[in-house]
Each structure stands twice: as C-alpha cells, then as structure tokens.
Design a protein around this ligand. Structure first.
Ligand code: SF4
Ligand code: SF4
Length: 140
C-alpha cells in the first residue's frame, strides 16, 4: 500500500459526463472515511482537497487544469509537485452501474504522469459493485 504521509494536497479528478448529474458526495465520503481508494491515507492527518472534472472527452483539459493549479499552489503557498497527489474517481477507473471505465483512462494517466504528479486509482468502492466485479457481472 502506498505511503501518503508525505502528501499535503489531494486533487480528485472526476468524469465530466458523470458530474453533470453527480454531486460527488460518495467520493467525499470515501475520503472522509479513508475507505476505497483513500484507505492508504492516514486517518489522523488532514489533507487539503480539491475536486475537478476531466473537462470532457478525451480528458486533455486535465493537463492544463493541473498545470495551472501547480503554478498557483507554488506561487501562493510554496507547495511543490511532490506535495500533491491526483486521485482518479472510481467512475473513471472502474466498471460500474454508470458505465465501463473511461475509454481514455490510460491517456489521462499519461497526461498526469508527464506533469510529474503521482496518480492513484479509485475513490469510492462499494461492496455491491465490488461483489459484481468478483462475480464477473462487471469487469474486474
Ligand atoms: S465516483 Fe461516484 S461519487 Fe465520485 S464522481 Fe464518480 S459517480 Fe460521483
Ligand atoms: S475522458 Fe473519460 S472521464 Fe473524461 S468525460 Fe470522457 S469518459 Fe468521462
């Protein structure tokens, strides 16, 4: 499991299409509870958090959104790339009742990695959906 004690700032990137309807509550709850994709974050540590969407297919806006964010974080607070981690929402990374995973997932990951940021998968992981993945109803 990754060690997130060195991180200060979490950027949750969510599917733009899904976010036309979803307020993102379950992502926030998973972070609050340190469950799902946030299980590796220590409970006793507070993190700054910002959510943004990918900007729509093919996700290329992620690059300019994150680049501007990094520039601003450095200018305003002296935060460096290593302080920041990007967490890709489960509606991007996992097959679920919304849809299969984002068809541009590898591309979006590559964009983020090229900026030099650590990128992690998943936010909320429900027991029901996980069960369906194990049963083969959804892709693993
Ligand atoms: S993972 Fe769930 S709660 Fe988070 S943005 Fe996607 S659909 Fe909404
Ligand atoms: S690129 Fe992927 S995450 Fe972004 S809107 Fe399209 S399907 Fe959703």
């Amino acid at each position: 499991m990754s060690d997130m004690t060195g991180k200060k700032y979490i950027v949750i990137v969510q599917c733009h299409i899904v976010k036309e309807r979803c307020p993102g509550y379950l992502c926030e709850k998973a972070l609050h509870e340190r469950s799902g994709g946030f299980a590796c974050y220590p409970q006793d540590r507070a993190y700054r958090v910002l959510t943004m969407t990918c900007g729509g297919c093919c996700g290329r806006a992620v690059h300019r959104k994150l680049t501007l964010l990094l520039r601003t974080l450095k200018k305003k607070e002296g935060l460096e790339k290593g302080d920041v981690v990007v967490q890709l929402s489960s509606c991007m990374t996992k097959d679920n009742f919304h849809a299969p995973p984002c068809p541009h997932l590898d591309y979006v990951r590559t964009l983020i990695e090229r900026i030099g940021l650590d990128v992690m998968d998943d936010t909320v992981v429900s027991e029901k959906s996980q069960g369906r993945r194990e049963e083969g109803v959804y892709q693993p």
